[in-house]
Write a protein that binds this ligand. Sequence first.
Ligand code: HEC
Length: 116
Amino acid sequence: MAVRSVTTAAVCAAVVLLQPMVGADDAAAQDVAAGRRKAIACQGCHGMDGLAKMPDAPNLAAQPANYLERELRAYRSGARRSEVMSVAAKALSDADIRDVAAYYAAIRIEIKDVPQ
Ligand code: HEC
């Protein structure tokens, strides 16, 4: 009986603890899905796969979302300047920035042939 109630309590605690995490995962998945749609505007230069399609554009695949968000806000505010990105970032809302950053950050890459 005692063992059973401890087990029940543990299961309940786990369910309560997991609940917000499941919600957060769902929200993150929604950001990525929305970001995929919004990244269509970026693909000419950065690719849908996050690999640059132009020599002067950087790869975005697997860059940390925090970093991508910070740089996009910097372009938008004028703190970071680029002929192309200062214009491209002006059109982005906070939600757009969060979503495209989540999308490019979610791409998995594999590192090979690191020079030794
Ligand atoms: C016409 C080409 C073009 C388009 C379209 C474009 N970019 Fe860029 N992007 C660039 C170039 C070029 C740079 C490098 C600018 C610099 O020197 O700061 C850049 C830089 C960036 C960076 C900084 C990356 C780093 O490593 O610091 C981010 C983030 C970024 N772009 C995101 C986006 C997103 C998101 C979109 C779509 C909403 C987009 N770009 C659309 C060309 C483009």
